[in-house]
Write a protein that binds this ligand. Structure first.
Ligand SMILES: NC(=O)c1ccc[n+]([C@@H]2O[C@H](COP(=O)([O-])OP(=O)(O)OC[C@H]3O[C@@H](n4cnc5c(N)ncnc54)[C@H](O)[C@@H]3O)[C@@H](O)[C@H]2O)c1
Length: 259
């Protein structure tokens, strides 16, 4: 799939990995909808994008609200044209032990919230965007769209306190192949990226000591991943027509320990 001239829809597009992917897509010549619930960060992101921001459009949307998802997809198509590229990077990462030292149980609402955003919200975006993609004109390779989902290394080696997060990301891993199979007949590919430890605003507030200890988990290179590393892989997935139905770890061979 060519990026130049395409329309892209990036959830979580105003921060971290989503913003990194959006910058790459804009730089490659795609018109890009930055779909996010954080309106404050949107202004900063558009400003930071400078001239590239001219082909970007912020759409306020909570991906866990189905009406907002439908409205954002419709608004993106109206403003920028039929969506050919979807990057699903919106996500939340709360942590809580199953049973705390003082006997408090994991908050069931927190579990539902995490799965509601990371898994059900993502599925809802995919469902709505896939409906648009199915009606696209196929390109020279018969492709109508590419969908890139963000899971996490926590889908495989979730740490203490990450039961909800790991369950939500495990769901993203699990739905990757069946979604690719569902959409194969209309020429839409689905690939999931499972990042390890990435240097995004999620981690920016962490003390240097913690950042250093996380870097030491990396086998090689011994540094945290960046939004640029992520964007590089997203580009490869979009451009390589044989990548489909797969989950790719992006983690410098790190395996997360229990804590
Ligand atoms: N940073 C890491 O180390 C790391 C590792 C593995 C996976 N991930 C995953 O990467 C993705 C991006 O994370 P990031 O590190 O860039 O974090 P980030 O906090 O910088 O960006 C996440 C964005 O998602 C948006 N968002 C959250 N809930 C939303 C909702 N309900 N509707 C719409 N937008 C919403 C936030 O406003 C934010 O802009 C997440 O899915 C996260 O789980 C991150």
């Amino acid at each position: 799939m060519h990026i130049e001239g395409a329309t892209a829809f990036v959830t979580g597009g105003v921060s971290g990995l989503g913003l990194g992917a959006a910058r790459m897509l804009l730089d490659g010549g795609a018109s890009t909808a930055l779909v996010d619930m954080n309106e404050e960060k949107a202004g900063e992101a558009i400003e930071e994008l400078g001239e590239l921001g001219e082909r970007a459009r912020f759409l306020a949307c909570d991906v866990s609200d189905s009406e907002q998802v439908e409205a954002a997809v419709t608004a993106a198509v109206e403003a920028l044209g039929p969506i050919r590229i979807l990057v699903n990077a919106a996500g939340v990462a709360p942590a809580q032990r199953l049973v705390s030292r003082d006997g408090e149980l994991f908050d069931l609402e927190l579990f539902k919230f995490t799965v509601g955003v990371n898994l059900i919200g993502m599925f809802d975006v995919i469902r709505n965007v896939a409906g648009v993609m199915a009606g696209n004109e196929p390109d020279g390779n018969g492709e109508r769209g590419v969908i890139v989902n963000v899971a996490s290394a926590a889908a495989f080696d979730g740490q203490i306190g990450q039961a909800a997060y790991a369950a939500s990301k495990g769901g993203v891993v699990g739905m990757t192949l069946p979604l690719a199979r569902d959409l194969g007949s209309v020429g839409v590919r689905v690939v999931t990226v499972a990042p390890g430890i990435m240097d995004t605003p999620l981690l920016a507030g962490a003390p240097q000591e913690l950042r250093d200890s996380l870097s030491r988990l990396q086998v090689f290179p011994r540094r945290l991943g960046t939004p640029e590393d992520f964007a590089h892989l997203v580009r490869a997935i979009i451009e390589n027509p044989m990548l489909n139905g797969e989950v790719i770890r992006l983690d410098a061979a790190a395996r997360m320990p229990p804590r």
